[in-house]
Each structure stands twice: as C-alpha cells, then as structure tokens.
Design a protein around this ligand. Structure first.
Ligand code: DLL
Length: 432
C-alpha cells in the first residue's frame, strides 16, 4: 500500500533534517545558477549559507507566475539546455504560458512521486490504467503515464476526448482505473448512461482525479455513477506537475510529498503564515528539482494544512482539497464568492444535473451572478409551478451559502459546454 515506505512513513524529525539539507542545496543551486534568484537574494542581502533552519525559509523571496513569465522561456533553468530532456508548458488559462524543464533525474523522481500517489489511490501492477488526461505540453498525461508505467500497471495512453471511444476501450480492455479531470469523469459517466451501458458490466475499481477544483459532493456523484472509489490528486507544472500531493484511500486530505516539496500556507494579503490549520494560499519550495529549482512559489491555491497523523500510516502532512484560487474568487457586491461554494449547493439539490455555469455581469453599478443549471428533461418540460419551486429552492440555498442573492436559470440537459480537460465554470463578462 506504500510505494516508498522508507520515505512515506518517515519519522518527522528525520524528515525535517532531510528537508533542511535539501533546502540548503536548493537555495545554493538557485543562487549559483539562476541569475534571477541571485539578483533577488542579493537585493535583500540573503546568502545561501544564511539558511540554517527550516524557519529560515521565511527569509527567502517569493516567486510568482509573473516571475516565470518574465523569464520566458528558459531564464529560470539552472542547467544548460543540453541537460534538459523534457519541456512542458502550463496551460496559460490566466495569461501567457510558462515553460518548465526537466533533467533525466527530474523525470525519474517525477515518475516515482506519481507512483506514490497512484499507489495511495489503490493502483497496483495488476491494474489496467486508462489515462484520459491530455498528452502534450500539459503535464497531466505524461506525468501520470510515467508513474503508472513505473508501478508496472498496463497503461492505456488514450489521452482526452472522443468519449464514446473512451467507453468502448474501457469495456474491451477491461480498464480498472480511470485517470482524468473530475469534470471529464462526469462526462464519461453521463455518456455511459446515454449509451445504455450498465456500469456493473465494467471492471472499474478506482478513479484518480485532479488538475481542477471539485467538491466532496461531486466525489460522491462520481463514485455513485461509476461505482468506483475516487481520490483527489494535486500538482502544478511550475513545481513539477501531478505528483505533488494525493489522497490515500481514507479520502481525508492529500498527502504532500514533503521530502521533495516544502509547503507553507500564508495569508495572501500579508504573506505571513496563517495560524496552524487555517485556510490560506499554498506556497511551495522544490527540494530536489535540478533543472528548475523554485523558491516559495505562490500557487494562488487556497487550502489548509492538516498535520494530525493519518490512519493510513503515512507521516506526510496533508492539505485539504483545494477550496479555490485567489484569482478565481469573485468579489460580488463586496462578498467573496468561490465557484466551489456554488457547486457544493447544486450537487446537494435533487433534480439538478451536475453541469452548471456561473455568469457574472455588471448591470449599472452592480455586479450580478446568474447561475445556469442543467436539469433533467422531466423537470425542464414540467409545469411552470414545479420549475419555479426548484428555482426558489436553489436561490434560497445559494443565498444562505454565499451571503448574497444570485439569479438562477434552468437550462435543458446538454446545453452547457462539456470539457475534456479542465472545466471552465465562470464566465466573467465584467470588464474589470
Ligand atoms: O493541472 C497538474 C496536474 C495534472 C495535477 C493532473 C493533477 C493531475 P497545471 O496545468 O499547471 O498543472 O495547473 C495547476 O491546477 O495551481 C490548481 O489551481 C489546479 N489544480 C491541480 N490539481 C488540482 C486539484 C496541473 N486536485 C493548477 N484540485 C493548480 C484543485 C487543482 N485544483
């Protein structure tokens, strides 16, 4: 049930010692080989040898996505290009892409860390693993592929898209593990029902989903529809890709591969550490990366750190599922609204389909949110009175969850866009 028990169940004092040694080596490497970091550290008068304890990490500067963009394409690399064996780029949904490079050793470590997460999520060498993440510059496909192959599972590199074919392959190849975004898992589940295939005739046991936020309610829906145990896994290209953190089968938070990543949770405004267990922005420092060491990367992802021991025996701390991104947060009428809050409510209400879209507009001086919710055919063609009741129920529940009132529109099944990769839930029509 562990991939590398000597690390995954390591004594925490030994872990801290290992982290410190690796942090010192990382800062040294960044300072010596990346002009960007040398300049930044010189500016604040910090030298690599000033890092004497793990707490000294707070003396280091933060790195942002903008820093990576300004150093496009290779400015953040600490090795010459001839030592780079792979390049990926982040999706660039929030601006120009950023490039990430890997040495041969980085790729080897990456595969190992993904293998840990797959093992934690129930995958063994006996499994048939269907990887329905896009293969390409996105780290999802290749990242999970190498990890699954390392375990010795039979890997189907089907990539994303062509959902009916996904299902055909799933039947014929007797897929036991599905790997993709949670939103695509739902698309696959819906298509399965449309095709009239009995889910019990499939061989699926586990699903490992990540790359986008999802809720506990969505997990339940996926587990129920696909008859699998679904776990959450997290990562980002800037620090590696998938393999940074993943849930074990206890499903109570994502274990961080702390021997390779040092995590902090900070207040996104003051950048000071939050109180233990409070929600804040996740900040990650790589501890073993050769090609591109990154110091205190501001992920923009909101989560909290769980340090209580886990029943699974892993000693690595966990992060809660990602609650949203600081740049995903909508401020409407002065209230902070996260798409995940809206999703949670919708999934709890009987009669709504798990597909929705959030439209934000500015009417006059005021911002308004309209939530478009797909409903089943019965409801869509039902009498006005029942539709009205449903709308009122949704509005009421949303108002109590969000603290502001929002508009709700019911739309016919299959009218909202479907996503094969990361879902785009928010359409912001304000020109802010
Ligand atoms: O999405 C890496 C990945 C691939 C992770 C496959 C897991 C599985 P990027 O494209 O660089 O990398 O996007 C990173 O996606 O900062 C989060 O905002 C979001 N994200 C990733 N995993 C999760 C998750 C990959 N489990 C960005 N829950 C991150 C919520 C996630 N958000």
């Amino acid at each position: 049930m562990y991939w590398e028990p000597e690390y995954e169940t390591m004594d925490r004092d030994d872990l801290r010692q290992l982290q410190l040694e690796r942090l010192q080596a990382t800062v040294n490497r960044a300072y010596m080989n990346v002009p960007f970091y040398r300049r930044k550290l010189d500016e604040i008068g910090v030298q690599p040898e000033d890092i004497k304890s793990l707490d000294d990490i707070r003396r280091l500067p933060f790195t942002t996505k903008d820093d990576l963009r300004e150093n496009y394409p290779y400015g953040m690399f600490s090795v010459p290009l001839r030592d780079i064996v792979r390049l990926h780029a982040s999706s660039g949904t929030t601006g120009t892409a950023t490039v990430v490079g890997y040495t041969r050793r980085d790729i080897k470590i990456w595969a190992n860390l993904v293998a840990r997460i797959l093992t934690a999520g129930g995958v063994t060498k006996d499994d048939v693993v269907q990887i329905s993440f896009g293969y390409g510059l996105f780290t999802g496909g290749f990242g999970l592929h190498y990890g699954a192959e390392k375990i010795g599972a039979s890997v189907i590199p089907i990539s994303s898209g062509n959902t009916r074919r996904q299902i055909q392959i799933m039947q014929d190849f007797r897929t036991t593990v599905l790997i993709c975004t949670p939103s695509y898992a739902l698309v696959i589940a819906d298509t399965l029902y449309e095709m009239g295939i009995n889910v019990n005739s499939l061989y699926l046991k586990y699903g490992l989903f990540g790359a986008e936020p999802w809720s506990e309610a969505m997990r339940e829906e996926i587990q129920e529809k696909l008859k699998i145990t679904a776990t959450d896994n997290y990562g980002l290209s800037e620090v590696m890709g998938p393999g940074v953190a993943g849930e074990c089968l206890k499903q109570k938070g994502l274990h961080v591969n702390e021997d390779h990543f040092l995590v902090e949770v900070v207040d996104p405004e003051t950048l000071e550490p939050v109180r233990p267990g409070d929600v804040g922005e996740l900040v990650i420092t790589t501890l073993t990366r050769e090609a591109m060491p990154v110091l205190r990367f501001r992920t923009r992802d909101l989560t909290r750190l769980i340090t209580e021991p886990c029943e699974c025996g892993r000693t690595f701390a966990r992060i809660s599922r990602i609650l949203g991104r600081t740049d995903d947060m909508l401020i409407v009428k002065g209230v902070n609204v996260f798409p995940s809050q809206i999703e949670k409510v919708l999934f709890e209400i009987e009669g709504t389909e798990p597909h929705y879209q959030i439209v934000v507009e500015r009417k006059g001086r005021l911002d308004e949110i309209t939530v478009l919710v797909e409903v089943s055919e019965e409801i869509f063609f039902d009498e006005m009175k029942r539709q009205h009741q449903l709308i009122e129920t949704i509005k009421k529940r949303l108002a109590s969850e969000l603290g502001i009132s929002v508009d709700v529109k019911l739309v016919e099944k299959k009218t909202l866009e479907r996503f094969e990769g990361k879902a785009k839930r928010v359409i912001d029509k304000r020109n802010l």
